[in-house]
Design a protein around this ligand. Structure first.
Ligand code: HEM
Length: 215
């Protein structure tokens, strides 16, 4: 019976609780409900830099893997956009002004480990970030634009100039997940890694709240 459910559907259903946890994390909820500040947005963008630096370095390494490479495309690459946003938001010395929070350190350590050793685990992290950016991220980007008066400077992370139709892109991505040559046991491991990826994201939000409270 389980075979009747496409893997991408099982993945989405099994991770929807963890998605809610990330979506409703205090820091994120405050930002999207208008209780966050411009500095909060900058702090989140800074953590994104460390996360995408690790993720896109792993993608470079996985580019020749027969399974992982199917998911990798330059159209998703976010690091240059994040760098442009940070330069706009913090100035030319942005790199000296940001550092990873402890939860971000743990998250990127995990991305580096699976990114060097396990294609399915890499895809789990790739899926959790980029499909999120192409889903809720699109809505978050527009909200930040309105709240803080950005035009495109400052929110280019959310603008995928090479993906004209995010919905169609996500459909193809899900077909690729369904076509990946993973047996049931590997599919379970990938789902578990996605759940773990959500936990890392939720932990980053919790650290951002803590850092804000301590400031
Ligand atoms: C306030 C924060 C968030 C909102 C409002 C939000 C909203 C959404 C919505 C509406 C969808 C469904 C889109 C569709 O059906 O095509 C979605 C999908 C998704 N979101 Fe979020 N999201 C948020 C935070 C996050 C976070 C923090 C992550 C992980 C880093 C994430 C990862 C995902 C993923 C991977 C999907 C695709 C699920 C799938 O179709 O397989 N989201 N999000």
């Amino acid at each position: 019976m389980a075979d009747l459910i496409p893997f991408s559907t099982a993945l989405r259903e099994r991770s929807s609780g963890a998605h809610s946890g990330s979506e409703h994390a205090g820091f994120m909820a405050d930002l999207i409900q208008g209780r966050g500040t411009r500095d909060d947005y900058i702090d989140l963008t800074a953590q994104h830099w460390f996360i995408y630096d690790a993720l896109e370095e792993a993608a470079d390494r996985m580019r020749h893997d027969p399974v992982a490479s199917v998911f990798i495309t330059d159209a998703l690459t976010r690091l240059p956009a994040i760098e442009a946003d940070l330069e706009f938001l913090l100035g030319p010395d942005w790199r000296d002004r940001i550092e990873p929070l402890p939860a971000t350190e743990e998250y990127i350590a995990r991305i580096r480990t699976v990114g060097a050793t396990w294609p399915g685990g890499f895809v789990a992290h790739h899926y959790t970030r980029y499909l999120g950016d192409l889903s809720g991220g699109q809505f978050i980007g527009r909200l930040m634009q309105r709240q803080f008066g950005f035009e495109t400077n400052g929110i280019s992370f959310y603008l995928f100039g090479d993906i004209a139709d995010p919905k169609a892109f996500k459909e193809v991505y899900r077909e690729q997940l369904d076509a990946a040559p993973w047996n049931a046991a590997e599919q379970e491991r990938v789902i578990d890694e996605v759940l773990r990826a959500y936990e890392y994201n939720t932990a980053v939000f919790a650290d951002l709240s803590r850092a804000k409270a301590a400031a």
